[in-house]
Design a protein around this ligand. Structure first.
Ligand code: PEP
Ligand code: MN
Length: 377
């Protein structure tokens, strides 16, 4: 059960202590409080764990400070929807809105190489009205002999160039808690020219200690990639690790599943789960067509498979697209074969726009029919 408190409830007020006093006296029930930081207000939620079936909703609703009570299922306590339509399904970070109702594109380098390529990408993004990008500094690689990313050395020039081209959010994978500290330090050193969305990659989806660390910090929101060889439920529980430690600004990323049933694609495209994740949780959902498809093959209609699967995810309501671009894919140090070329950026963005408008039209059409059915029922 969740008690949603009145906005901006004072933690040191008498009413709040009366509430805590009452809750401490409930038998077989533990509780913990959790703050949701919105743009204008702080919403405090109190999670009751244990024998909550015996509690009366009316009684709990009449307690001091309590605005609303939601009965929840055991799963995904913080991030789950629990059939509630009022708790937020969006958050803001560095002036950018991330929600289940909007869409952001994060086109950029899988791995940062030279400053010139970072600048070429960011300049093109700005020219096409984009304010987000992806830039990998820490790369988890299959072979220990492959390029591992430039790490903290590249952060200052990446952040400074982002500031120069008004990029507000950079998705950047971290594989160790030190990386979060290095990002924090480099942002501080460069005067916070941009923001960072910490990415947890598919190989670390169940690295619980990393999840707990990243969940305890509140500075950066998180993009959690789905584990490529575990169930959806296991990956959603991994997201809940972040939230249960206090950071509920989490985006859930679909990136394809590892199985040869998806051949010739690098992974089996799983974007059919976009609406499923939106139904089960309050997280915005990201799709990664580059790591799903893994190549630059064209369909006979002249569109790349990467474009087709992006459109499939967007027309199903995806909220973020994470996609690899490179000025010279042949020279990319990581994942060149799947990178889109810079001249393809305007077409890619236009194609996404077509799919997004189709999605919005589908939602409106469904609502119109539902209203008609209600009238005639
Ligand atoms: C990436 O986005 O660069 C990446 C390594 O993704 P994943 O963790 O999904 O393989
Ligand atoms: Mn990659």
């Amino acid at each position: 059960m969740i008690l949603i408190l009145k906005p901006n409830t004072e933690r040191d007020g008498t009413e709040f202590s009366q509430l805590l006093e009452f809750l401490s006296n409930l038998r077989n029930i533990r509780f913990r409080t959790h703050d949701e930081h919105g743009a204008q207000q702080v919403l405090t939620e109190v999670y009751l764990i244990g024998d909550t079936a015996s509690l009366s909703l009316d009684e709990m609703e009449s307690l001091p400070c309590v605005e609303r009570v939601v009965r929840i299922s055991e799963e995904y306590r913080v991030l789950g929807r629990h059939r509630d339509t009022v708790r937020p399904t969006h958050f803001e970070y560095n002036g950018v809105r991330f929600g289940q109702d909007n869409l952001n594109v994060f086109a950029g380098l899988c791995a940062v190489d030279i400053p010139g390529n970072v600048e070429t990408v960011m300049k093109a993004l700005k020219a096409h009205g984009q304010q987000c990008t992806r830039m990998g500094a820490y790369k988890p690689r299959t072979s220990p002999y492959s390029f591992q990313g430039h790490g903290k050395e590249c952060l200052p020039f990446v952040f400074e160039l982002a500031g120069k081209y008004d990029i507000k959010v950079i998705a950047m994978e971290v594989t160790h808690e030190n990386h979060v500290e290095e990002i924090h330090a480099a942002l501080h050193q460069t005067g916070h020219p941009t923001g960072v969305l910490l990415q947890i990659g598919t190989r670390n989806t169940q690295n619980f200690e990393l999840l707990k660390f990243v969940g305890r910090q509140r500075e950066f929101p998180v993009l959690l990639k789905r584990g490529f060889g575990i169930t959806l439920e296991e990956s959603l529980n991994a997201a809940e690790y972040l939230a249960s430690e206090g950071n509920s600004r989490v985006i859930f990323g679909l990136r394809g599943m590892k199985t040869n049933m998806g051949d010739p694609h690098r992974n089996f495209v799983d974007f059919a789960h976009v609406p499923v994740v939106k139904r089960l949780t309050r997280m915005p959902v990201c799709i990664d067509p580059s790591h799903s498809v893994g190549s630059r093959d064209y369909a006979p209609d002249g569109l790349l498979d990467v474009f087709h699967v992006t459109a499939q995810g967007v027309i199903a309501g995806a909220n973020m697209v994470l996609v690899d671009f490179h000025p010279e894919p042949g020279k990319a140090l990581v994942d060149g074969p799947q990178a889109l070329r810079m001249h393809e950026l305007p077409l890619f963005l236009e194609d996404i726009q077509i799919a997004r408008e189709a999605y919005e039209k589908r939602v409106e059409t469904a609502a119109r029919h539902a209203a008609q059915w209600a009238e005639t029922a």
